[in-house]
Design a protein around this ligand. Structure first.
Ligand code: NAG
Ligand code: NAG
Ligand code: NAG
Ligand code: NAG
Length: 366
């Protein structure tokens, strides 16, 4: 801080003292107005250019973008549409995939505020970095094939000839460009830490790469029929990425199989090859054991499970009260559920329903 006081640029120093995490961009969708930040406005007049610039810089002040990432925002603003979308979709997919677990990914929505469970190099962090990298790869590939992004286009056709009665055609996803973009966007600010060896940065970069790879491995062949009345005389096919939910469920297996690595000396992880060698290349890796997430703990970012709704009827399900409540037991409350019922169609053209009230038992962890 001495240097900071000398210079007197307090704001700048503050920015440098606690730099944005390289995944804070996930939070863009909660801070950027979709009305402003959309294709129509981005594409329009030069009057908007200044607006875009100031929006980019305000994202840096809010710690949503790192100083490397803001370059993309300034130079290729349209790409931020894909980044925006990737943040939204990965946050949703993450919460969905872990809805019934003790750690349920809710901290992803705290970003850019501090999320300790996403900064110490845990298994959860590995999963979030990989998932968001995959989502970014997907969103950019989609931006390319839909024509929104001008710096890329359709993907090239696979080299192998199609098996079966079809031709490669249409517009496939440009996975190659998308991976390159995702890599530079997510890793640029991590590389900054190379100078003083930073194990967690190396781990994050590794997991980012695993995420991009899983996205690539999820490419699917999609086809369209042509011919008289859908006879499918000619079929053209292309390769595109599935919805993020599908990529997430592939990746969820890797969460369970994540490998703990122990750097013997800090410098060990300096070169990526040290962690990415051999078998580990396909695995998520972590360096810090996770807490059990049963009780709140500021240090580790555990929120605890008190008050979580659980499943009292199926002991073995992942959302069971037994596992979610960590043996503390649960309380049962009766809730009134209001729903529409006994609906009748009235000619013409309305549907009239009654309102039914139903008592349901809800179980919540103590
Ligand atoms: C995009 O911006 C235009 C102009 O501000 C607005 O009319 C439109 O509804 C916006 N679209 C979305 C999807 O937000
Ligand atoms: C965006 O701008 C390009 C030319 O600058 C134009 O060809 C295209 O139609 C515009 N798209 C929209 C959605 O306004
Ligand atoms: C996720 O877990 C946190 C902490 O246990 C809880 O506050 C939150 O309501 C949960 N979110 C959902 C959607 O269940
Ligand atoms: C409890 O789990 C079972 C099996 O997964 C499921 O069929 C049931 O709907 C769940 N009950 C509640 C209240 O979520």
């Amino acid at each position: 801080m001495d240097g900071c006081q000398l210079i007197g640029l307090l704001i700048l120093c503050h920015l440098m003292a606690t730099p944005a995490l390289s995944i804070n961009w996930i939070g863009l969708h909660r801070h950027w107005d979709s009305e402003f930040w959309n294709w129509t406005t981005l594409n329009s007049s030069s009057r908007q250019i200044n607006n875009i610039k100031s929006t980019c810089w305000s994202a840096v002040r809010q710690k949503l973008l790192t100083k490397e990432q803001v370059k993309v925002c300034l130079q290729q603003p349209a790409t931020m549409l894909s980044v925006w979308e990737a943040g939204q979709s990965s946050s949703q997919a993450c919460r969905q995939a872990f809805a019934e677990r003790r750690w349920n990914c809710s901290s992803i929505d705290f970003l850019p505020r501090k999320a300790p469970d996403l900064s110490h190099g845990t298994r959860e962090q590995a999963w979030v970095y990989a998932l968001t990298s995959a989502a970014l790869t997907r969103a950019v590939a989609r931006g390319c094939s839909s024509g929104i992004l001008k710096q890329c286009a359709c993907g090239s056709f696979p080299r192998h000839p199609p098996d079966g009665q079809f031709k490669w055609g249409g517009c496939g996803d440009d996975i190659k460009y998308a991976k390159q973009f995702a890599k530079s966007f997510t890793d640029a600010s991590l590389k900054r830490h190379w100078k003083k060896p930073h194990v967690i940065s190396a781990v994050n970069m590794h997991n980012n790469r695993v995420g991009r790879k899983v996205a690539e491995q999820s490419l699917q062949t999609q086809c369209k029929c042509h011919g008289v009345s859908g006879s499918c005389q000619i079929k053209t096919c292309w390769r595109s990425l599935p919805p993020i939910g599908e990529i997430a469920s592939r990746m969820k297996m890797l969460y369970g199989l994540a490998v703990e690595v122990t750097p013997r000396r800090p410098n060990d992880m300096r070169r990526r090859s040290a962690v990415a060698s051999g078998r580990l290349a396909q695995d998520l890796i972590y360096i810090t054991k996770s807490p059990d997430f049963c009780r709140p703990d500021k240090q580790s970012g555990s929120l605890g499970t008190a008050g979580r709704m659980c499943n009292a009827t199926h002991e073995s399900s992942s959302g069971s009260c037994a596992s979610l409540c960590c043996g503390r037991g649960y309380i049962t409350v009766i809730r009134e559920q209001v729903e529409r019922c006994n609906c009748k169609y009235i000619w013409c053209c309305t549907v009239r329903c009654k309102t039914c009230r139903r008592q349901v038992e809800v179980h919540m962890c103590k």
